[in-house]
Design a protein around this ligand. Structure first.
Ligand code: NAD
Length: 249
């Protein structure tokens, strides 16, 4: 593993236009369980069932009670971990330009990263389904569910539920950046949720080096990925940032 990390560091130190694609796995060490794979909270319910827009439209109170309220409790406590911090270290070195994240937890921005495309939206904001007014999630009263807007409309998190479209501006910018980058770091994503999973394919076809960080293999491993660093994001990314910093000192 150390040799692979050194190789990846050598590649990154020579680049100035690197993009990262991150998924739920990068936030696991911050205490946020992923939807797939092992993780306490979601082993009790099927988040895929509740995270669909049809489920929310059918019974918003139930989805708030079972999924969104629990997510708020977990996200309120979460802080950036060494992997989020390592991406900010790579940005400061002038190597990493943009993070395309599938996460809705805001932890990249909390770590200092300045250009973050929130591909699946943000949990920090709630939007009224009727008048479109927006509210800070932290300020919500959850005594009765679903929480309501002043106009009486139901509030929903400003995230992309399964069955909804990716905001077209986010999709377009992600496609352009993926096609233009010299290397892509693919961290903590099972690479199964489209169209996010397609970004490494676009990058690879345009000549970028693909470096994957994940303790488990994914559909990209051995196909699209050039270097697979198979370990937890916190340790692997902090070692990687350290090596790049040494090479650039
Ligand atoms: P996912 O499809 O990205 O799968 C999680 C991946 O993380 C798996 O491949 C797993 O092997 C890997 N992983 C687990 N622990 C890791 C670690 N310590 N370091 C690196 N990788 C690790 O994500 P999902 O959980 O299937 O979620 C699907 C969608 O749900 C996401 O795209 C996102 O929109 C949303 N979601 C967001 C959050 C968040 O904001 N933190 C959390 C859960 C789900």
């Amino acid at each position: 593993m150390e040799e692979l990390i050194r190789q990846a560091a050598g590649i990154l130190a020579a680049k100035r236009n690197v993009v990262a694609l991150t998924g739920a796995g990068i936030s696991v060490e911050s205490g946020i369980p992923p939807f797939r794979g092992k993780g306490g909270l979601w082993e009790k319910i099927d988040p895929m069932q509740y995270a669909h827009i049809d489920a929310f439209l059918k019974d918003p109170a139930e989805v708030w009670e079972v999924l969104i309220k629990s997510m708020k409790e977990v996200l309120d406590r979460a802080r950036p971990n060494a992997a989020h911090q390592a991406l900010y270290r790579l940005e400061r070195l002038g190597i990493l330009k943009t993070i395309i994240t599938q996460n809705v937890d805001g932890l990249h921005q909390a770590a200092g990263s300045t250009d973050v495309i929130e591909f699946h939206g943000s949990f920090a904001v709630q939007r009224c389904m009727d008048c479109q007014a927006s509210f800070d999630t932290g300020s919500l009263e959850l005594d009765s569910l679903p929480p309501l807007c002043r106009c009486g409309g139901v509030l929903r998190p400003d995230v992309v539920f399964f069955g909804e479209m990716i905001p077209p501006n986010h999709l377009k910018r992600s496609q352009l950046l993926s096609a233009a980058c010299e290397a892509m770091l693919v961290i903590g994503t099972s690479a199964t949720v489209e169209p996010a999973a397609y970004m490494p394919v676009i990058a690879k076809r345009s000549g970028a080096v693909i470096i994957e960080i994940n303790p488990e293999p994914t559909p990209l491993t051995g196909e699209i990925t050039d270097l697979a660093l198979m370990g937890k994001a916190g340790r692997v990314m902090s070692r990687l940032a350290e090596q790049v910093e040494k090479l650039m000192a």
